[in-house]
Write a protein that binds this ligand. Sequence first.
Ligand SMILES: [Zn+2]
Length: 162
Amino acid sequence: MSIARFWRETPRRYNLGGSKCTMCGTVYFPPRAVCPTCAHHRESIGKMVPFQLSGDGEVFSYTTVHEAAEGFEMQVPYVLALVRTVEGPILTGQIVDLAPEEVRIGLKVRATFRKLREEGRAGVIHYGYKFAPAEELPGPRPGGPRAAVGARTAPESDRASA
Ligand SMILES: [Zn+2]
């Protein structure tokens, strides 16, 4: 992708700026000029207003990527998910801050802005939204405090042998 095209798309990459139909209330991302939900599409022209998505949603579907595209080599395996936002639109994004095997359908997530990729020898770094867990996960986490359980006591047999 060219740098110029990237920056043209930047407002919605950074702000999750979509549009909302003031006739039926449907939210779109990316923004649309006409509402395909309204029965008479042309009546919605001029009735679409900018709408800011919150970035909150839940995992609707996901896949674990083991072979990365160019520029993503350092990140495999990673999870690419379809996230149904609370406002309705479904966004595609990488799940971060969670092991791939812990991702599940219905997981509550929140958009967060992260480095997307580095491009070529010029080292152009692209940023955009990814999704991080928005809820505490049940059960002990790997590397948690479980190993510390079971306090050691001084063995009394040491004295008996004296
Ligand atoms: Zn509409």
